[in-house]
Design a protein around this ligand. Structure first.
Ligand code: G3H
Length: 249
């Protein structure tokens, strides 16, 4: 089955300083996460790489040979000489030139830098502005304690209704705004048939996970989603299945 992987960017210089928003680069710890993430996804894709190599080797009528793949966990053991339907479907998509895996990031440096170690020959990376972090308007670049000190009423209003609270200043957003902004990304994720890794930000990851895992908007803005976790949503006929991995530095 295809998988929608969701992760936050690696730790940035602003994360280290406790500042929200902005467009900081990765801290050294974030660079380490980027390397680990590329290795992790490579391993998860290994099975398909084997399949594609076989497919390109047998340029025509390769269905039988790719069905001979015995990679565990990908499909049930095919009967001798008969192609596995899942491999056959994937092989046909591959022959039509459709991607089997894409990497989508926001257009903020910390997210784009998090995919720097993905091999450009094997990964198609798209940078999508709608995946940018919630925009904090006047509070961009501040720490939470600075916001509480300089804009106490705003700070309190956000505590009272985090989903609908919109940050002050031009372009300031609420979680409700973010849900709207992500709609086109979600429509595209529903349309495509291949796996995707989304490298994005805390508010975005909350919104995407809430959509795929049916989490109510009352809980979504407070979901704990630390840095260094990969969430994998696997669409199943009766709801999505979630797996979670934690980066162990
Ligand atoms: O503002 C940036 C944060 O990553 C979003 O988290 O909604 O819990 O403040 P927050």
């Amino acid at each position: 089955p295809r998988v929608i992987y969701i992760t936050r960017h690696g730790e940035s210089e602003d994360n280290v300083a406790g500042r929200i928003g902005g467009d900081a680069s990765l801290a050294p710890s974030g660079v380490k996460y980027s390397k680990a993430l590329a290795r992790f996804i490579d391993r998860r894709r290994l099975e398909f790489a084997v399949e594609v190599e076989e497919a390109s080797h047998h340029a025509s009528g390769a269905a039988t040979s790719i069905s001979a793949s015995s990679t565990p966990g990908t499909c049930s053991e095919p009967e001798a000489g008969s192609p596995c339907p899942e491999h056959l479907r994937r092989y046909r998509r591959y022959r039509r030139g459709e991607p089997d895996f894409e990497v989508w990031t926001s257009m903020l440096k910390r997210a784009m830098e998090t995919v720097e170690y993905f091999d450009p020959q094997r990964y198609h990376v798209k940078n999508i502005k709608s995946l940018n972090e919630i925009y904090a308007g006047k509070c961009e670049g501040m720490t939470y304690s600075e916001i509480a000190r300089d804009f106490p009423e705003e700070f309190e209003a956000r505590q009272l209704d985090k989903f609908y609270y919109r940050y002050p200043g031009i372009g300031g957003e609420s979680y409700a705004d973010v849900v709207l902004r992500l709609q086109q990304v979600i429509v595209e994720l529903e349309r495509i048939r291949h796996s995707v890794l989304l490298v994005t930000h805390r508010a975005m990851a909350r919104t995407l996970l809430a959509y795929f895992m049916d989490i109510p908007t009352t809980q979504m803005p407070d979901m704990e989603l630390p840095l260094g976790y990969v969430y994998a949503c696997e669409p199943r006929p009766f709801g999505n299945f979630l797996r979670v991995w934690r980066y162990d530095p």
